[in-house]
Design a binder for this molecule. Structure first.
Ligand SMILES: NC(=O)c1ccc[n+]([C@@H]2O[C@H](COP(=O)([O-])OP(=O)(O)OC[C@H]3O[C@@H](n4cnc5c(N)ncnc54)[C@H](O)[C@@H]3O)[C@@H](O)[C@H]2O)c1
Length: 275
């Protein structure tokens, strides 16, 4: 797969590749000629996708630096040098009963939703970069893509941990791009609004018209395949910020233009959702 600067992606790793956006990205990258490593905490799901696309499956918990680095080392030894690492695995639990700072999960119970969100949505990206940036610089370059969310630029009503960690993942991608761009490291960050996946309560392969929950579907819901195509288009164009829902640009401009008005608008939107 050839990208913006005519370099070729021969080996791509996609975390969270067993379902949803990650699965669609695995399929698209394989169609474009890359050998795709499908990495997921659900090993069975990773194996199903890998066998469909002729890729390689790894069962890995990206929130464990030890596991993630061991996988990267095995891929580089057994498959080949990683040209593209797509940090896509992510979680969102929803606020607990005591609100935004609560420890417990909302819709998907977890012992500490802040710790889990931080480790998966942010630290997994750091662990991958820590292991790969020196290797990529040594061989003349590489591509790191992270799937954050529009919640990392705006906010996710009803999930403070998701909003905060997605902001952090956008900020980390910015730092990578600024610090390592001159060393041949390309960086993109993907910030979609609603996508029809299990994350918003839909099953893989659901019809988009079935909608999501909690207002996720009020502003246009995309299929995982549509998002994967946007990601590849953005990479081909060499864009840092990839926005599958183009209206996010306008929302971001409005937020930056008048923060207090934007907070007021979000409160009104929240009331309309009866949360
Ligand atoms: N669906 C949306 O509306 C939406 C919107 C914006 C951003 N995103 C982001 O897109 C990314 C992909 O989510 P999705 O919507 O496809 O959801 P999904 O739940 O369908 O897929 C997430 C995948 O990540 C895997 N995963 C979860 N924890 C993991 C871990 N610790 N280690 C390895 N794999 C793990 C899951 O098994 C699953 O295969 C996430 O980062 C999510 O935050 C989703």
């Amino acid at each position: 797969m050839a990208i913006a600067d005519d370099s070729t992606i021969k080996v791509a790793v996609v975390t969270g590749g067993g379902h949803g956006i990650g699965r669609a990205l695995c399929r698209r990258l394989a169609r474009d000629g890359a050998h795709v490593v499908v990495a997921d905490i659900e090993q069975d799901a990773a194996e199903t996708v890998a066998s469909e696309i002729g890729g390689t499956a790894f069962g890995v918990d990206v929130s464990s630096e030890q596991d993630l680095v061991a996988m990267i080392e095995r891929v580089e030894d057994e498959v080949g040098a990683i040209d593209l690492f797509l940090s896509n695995a992510g979680v969102g639990y929803g606020d607990g009963e005591s609100g935004s700072a609560s420890r417990e999960g909302g819709m998907r119970p977890v012992e500490d939703r802040w710790a889990a969100s931080w480790n998966i949505n942010v630290m997994a990206h750091v662990y991958a970069a820590r292991a790969l940036v020196p290797r990529m610089i040594a061989r003349g370059g590489g591509y790191l893509v992270s799937v954050a969310s529009a919640a990392g630029l705006l906010s996710q009503i009803g999930d403070a941990a998701y909003s905060a960690t997605k902001h952090a993942s956008v900020a980390f991608a910015e730092s990578l791009a600024i610090t390592h761009g001159d060393e041949g490291i390309k960086v993109s960050v993907v910030c979609p609004q609603a996508v029809a996946t299990r994350l918003i309560g839909m099953e893989d392969d659901s019809d988009i018209s079935e909608g999501g929950f909690g207002g996720n579907d009020v502003d246009g819901i995309l299929s995982a395949d549509e998002v994967a195509d946007c990601v590849v288009d953005g990479m081909l164009a060499g864009r840092f910020l990839i926005l599958p829902h183009p209206q996010v640009t306008t929302y971001l401009q409005r937020k930056a233009g008048d923060y207090d008005r934007w907070i007021g608008g979000m409160r009104k939107f929240r009331r309309s959702l009866a949360m």
